[in-house]
Design a protein around this ligand. Structure first.
Ligand code: ADP
Ligand code: MG
Length: 271
């Protein structure tokens, strides 16, 4: 898909999602206006039920809005045919959700190579590509395991490798590190951070304020609306500051170089 630099990846105006009818009617999204430029790393925070997952589902073309406008790279999505939408979903968008469904009778390697079949890539090439991404996720030694032989953290890393093997330019992640140990979380955040540095757009829902340190922008949602929206140019971002939800730390004048790692933050992270 071509785009001019001026075209935002995502442009939402008055986006509304209503569930239920009559007494049960409820607005999961209530008039969301949002512009996301190519290459942003956006984290979305907010209490449970505030509409975060609904928003990601609509952004990822898994669900449609009740009202309002969604333009993906300048094109109103309601004008795209379902075949075109499926094409975009399988090649351009990488989903990382908490419910990871690996195919039980396929090996780790085959599971990860699966999305590449859409591209008509030769089998050997597919497996090579899958193998390479598994190595980045430190799962190289698990290639020939079956899903039931993996731990929870490994399973999730495999699912994430599968979501990213296609080199999607837009990555949508819904609490990707939600129930992971800190080592697995770190590997995943590092990969998302690398994807961001390579110019891809990352949109991640998280409950963990420490993880906003990876982001260039933090959005909070409340009752289906955007409550706050703050941008942090990378050169000014202080990885140790608890920026989300106004938990900004008083700055100390320590000179030690600051690394953007979750470990670092967890240590310092006073909640
Ligand atoms: P979050 O991800 O921020 O926890 P959700 O987007 O899952 O919030 O949900 C927002 C609101 O929409 C909630 O009140 C939820 O109950 C409602 N909702 C979400 N999906 C559905 C659905 N499929 N049917 C009915 N209500 C839904
Ligand atoms: Mg959710």
């Amino acid at each position: 898909m071509k785009q001019t630099p001026a075209t935002p990846v995502i442009l939402l105006s008055g986006l509304t999602k209503r569930f239920g009818f009559g007494d049960a009617e409820q607005y999961a999204l209530d008039g969301v206006d949002l512009v996301i430029e190519k290459g942003e790393f956006v984290t979305i925070m907010g209490p449970s039920g505030s509409g975060k997952t609904t928003l990601l589902n609509i952004l990822g073309l898994l669900d449609t809005a009740t009202d309002g406008d969604y333009q993906l790279e300048g094109k109103p999505v309601h004008l795209l045919s379902s075949a075109r939408q499926a094409h975009i979903r399988s090649r351009q968008i990488g989903f990382i959700f908490q419910s990871f469904n690996l195919i039980p009778r396929l090996t780790v390697l085959e599971n990860v190579a699966l999305p590449l079949t859409y591209k008509g890539m030769r089998t050997l090439k597919r497996l090579e590509k899958a193998s390479a991404i598994l190595k980045t996720f430190q799962l190289g030694e698990r290639e020939y395991y079956l899903p039931y032989q993996l731990s929870g953290g490994q399973t999730q890393r495999v699912a994430i490798a599968r979501a990213l093997v296609n080199d999607p330019s837009i990555i949508l992640a819904d609490e990707p590190t939600g129930n992971l140990d800190s080592r697995s979380s770190h590997i995943i955040m590092q990969e998302l951070s690398d994807l961001h540095k390579r110019g891809n757009t990352v949109i991640m829902v998280t409950h963990n304020p420490d993880l906003t340190t990876y982001a260039s922008r933090v959005i909070t949602m409340l009752d289906g609306k955007i409550a706050t929206d703050s941008k942090y140019p990378p050169e000014k971002a202080d990885p140790l500051a608890k920026r989300a939800l106004g938990k900004t730390k008083k700055t100390t004048t320590k000179r030690a170089p600051r690394k953007r790692t979750t470990k670092n933050n967890t240590k310092k992270g006073a909640k």
